[in-house]
Design a protein around this ligand. Structure first.
Ligand SMILES: C[S@@+](CC[C@H](N)C(=O)[O-])C[C@H]1O[C@@H](n2cnc3c(N)ncnc32)[C@H](O)[C@@H]1O
Length: 229
């Protein structure tokens, strides 16, 4: 029998519940793989990874087919029910073992220092509490472990900054599954105590007029090996 919330007679609500966004994302994200070169970006983000990996906010599992054979296991955390179902289907097709697990970035349901790498792609824009989510990333990563990220955030000139901030304060998060367009993923990683490795700015789409979501960063960060804060 499925678990019920005490007394209400209803199923407990998922920590993230965006069914309309989930359906739209499942469709658009697949098209973006070829149209916006996202498949190539995912492959670059994951190249050279090895050992145990935790992917946070795995969505419909579009990263899974890009993990190299040197990865022994992926634990894929996804809080949204529909996306999680699609991730389970993608996991069945994956060459590396992927275990899809419900949960949220702010309270990861795994042990401390259990992973060699953490993967976050297009997720820091959507989590409710970025410092708390990154503190969790740090907790679950072994000292010296790596974060691979692909995130969008603030960018462009003054007009674009103004537009991004206005969107974040008004319609954008409600229409896009809690996404924000004016966050600063690099600053957030630094503030959380990660050492920034190589990263580069990427525009999606690469050519043509910029969108509020165009300003992306693709790269690597490390949990410092010895000095724990
Ligand atoms: C734009 S989608 C990106 C999905 C996937 N990472 C990708 O690269 O296609 C954002 C994802 O973050 C998830 N998400 C939102 N809030 C979250 C949270 N608090 N913890 C973990 N994941 C979250 C959403 O359910 C969704 O799967």
């Amino acid at each position: 029998m499925p678990p019920r919330s005490a007394g209400s007679g209803k199923l407990p609500r998922d920590p993230v519940h965006h069914p309309l966004f989930a359906r739209r994302y499942a469709r658009l994200s697949k098209a973006a793989e070829t149209r916006f070169g996202m498949a190539g970006i995912r492959a670059r983000m994951l190249t050279g990874l090895s050992g145990r990996v935790i992917e946070i906010g795995a969505g419909n599992g579009l990263n899974f087919s890009h993990y190299p054979g040197t990865v022994s296991e992926v634990v894929a955390i996804e809080p949204e029910r529909l996306l999680r179902q699609l991730a389970v289907e993608a996991a069945l097709r994956s060459e590396v073992p992927v275990d899809v697990v419900p949960g949220a970035a702010e309270a990861l349901p795994v042990k401390s220092e259990a992973f060699d790498a953490v993967v976050i792609s297009l997720v820091l824009c959507s989590v409710r509490d970025v410092p708390r989510a990154l503190a969790e990333v740090r907790r679950v990563l072994r000292p010296g472990g790596v974060v691979r990220f692909f995130e969008h955030g603030e960018g462009g000139g003054r007009a674009m900054h103004f537009t991004q901030r206005a969107l974040d304060r008004t319609v954008w998060p409600a229409l896009n599954g809690g996404c924000h367009v004016a966050r600063d993923p690099i600053g957030a990683l630094r503030d959380a105590g990660f050492e920034l490795g190589p990263y580069r700015r990427v525009s999606i789409p690469e050519r043509g007029p910029k969108l509020p979501t165009s300003y992306c960063v693709l790269g690597t960060a490390w949990r410092p090996a010895r000095t724990d804060r």
